[in-house]
Design a protein around this ligand. Structure first.
Ligand code: AKB
Length: 314
């Protein structure tokens, strides 16, 4: 039996599209989707799926053995807004899931891991414009604390046990196939669903000039797979990647190009406090140098693809 790739969190926003792309590249039967709940019908129907609780290490081991899994992409996590509401649950899930997978590599049961980090590792003391790869990192959110701790654990396991683990610090990811759940950048997805409804209006939970780094899903998936396929990676680095930065106001203007009567209102809630601690833009030079990373999709193409993906004629 050939070795397989397991995606944990395949019903989530990134997991869904990662499974579909990896199945195109490596063949449907070689990519095992798994999640605590069933997800996107294309994912469910195009290849193997296992119901899996990422905090249960015995169940993970069973699935790994059953399918001869050699690589794991651990995409399950509690995101920033939810983590502020349930800090201990977020910490337990985000950390225990990572230990479960790192220990499989330590015990030589699997060969390679992808573990997603986030721009949320950066905090209010970090330079917020063109945030460098190596800089002051003092996260101010529960989610950011768990991501920074995770980066350190990946680095520790990589140095101490020689395991191959790779990470990206994702910016806000925008896509239409599966909606994100519980993040601070989610407004930039919700806005499209509301823009095409009858009253063409959206009330944003961030203020109009809150600029954040963002990326269209296709670029995020390409970056993930490119990093995993690279044979240039010698040491563990949680790579900054970037594509564009915009505020809710700038996104609304870009949508108005296609939906001229679209209206946006602002009613900032607690998520504003999270966004205020994050970078406005990111420097991804190191990813570019180390594995040739470069984003392809800009704001106008993103808006067009989102509207088309949601069946709106542009
Ligand atoms: C969130 O908003 O929590 C995530 C992230 C930036 O990691 N999208």
């Amino acid at each position: 039996m050939t070795s397989k790739i397991l995606i944990i969190g395949s019903s989530g926003q990134i997991g869904t599209e990662l499974v579909l792309k990896l199945r195109q590249i490596y063949g449907n039967e070689n990519i095992i989707a798994s999640d605590i709940r069933k997800g996107n019908h294309e994912v469910m129907e195009s290849g193997p799926f296992e119901l899996l609780d990422v905090t249960n290490k015995d169940d993970i081991l069973d699935v790994v053995k059953k399918h001869n899994v050699k690589q794991i992409y651990l995409m399950a996590a509690v995101l920033s807004a939810i983590a502020e509401i349930s800090p201990q649950r977020a910490w337990a899930l985000n950390m225990n899931s990572l230990f479960n997978i790192l220990n499989l590599a330590k015990n030589k049961i699997i060969d390679k891991i992808f573990w997603p980090s986030s721009m949320a590792v950066f905090g209010p003391d970090t330079p917020s414009v063109n945030t460098p790869q190596d800089t002051i990192i003092k996260p101010a959110t529960v989610y950011g604390i768990s991501k920074f701790a995770g980066e350190n654990w990946c680095s520790y396991y990589s140095k101490k046990y020689g395991i191959d683990v790779r990470s990206i610090r994702y910016p806000g990811i925008i896509s239409y196939k599966t909606i994100p759940g519980g993040g601070t950048t989610d407004y930039a997805v919700e806005i499209f669903y509301e823009a095409i409804k009858n009253n063409n209006s959206y009330t944003c939970f961030l203020s109009e000039n809150t600029t954040l780094p963002m990326m269209y899903m296709d670029d995020a998936i390409d970056a993930t797979i490119q990093l995993m396929q690279s044979d240039q990676i010698e040491n563990y680095v949680a790579y900054n990647i970037a594509a564009m930065s915009f505020s809710p106001k700038q996104l609304a203007i870009a949508i108005q190009k296609y939906i001229p009567n679209f209206k946006i209102n602002y009613k900032a809630d607690s998520r504003q406090g999270i966004a205020d601690t994050w970078p406005k833009s990111i420097d991804d030079t190191q990813a570019n140098i180390d594995w040739n990373w470069k984003a392809k999709i800009g704001l106008d193409e993103l808006v067009k693809s989102m509207l088309q993906g949601l069946h709106y004629n542009v």
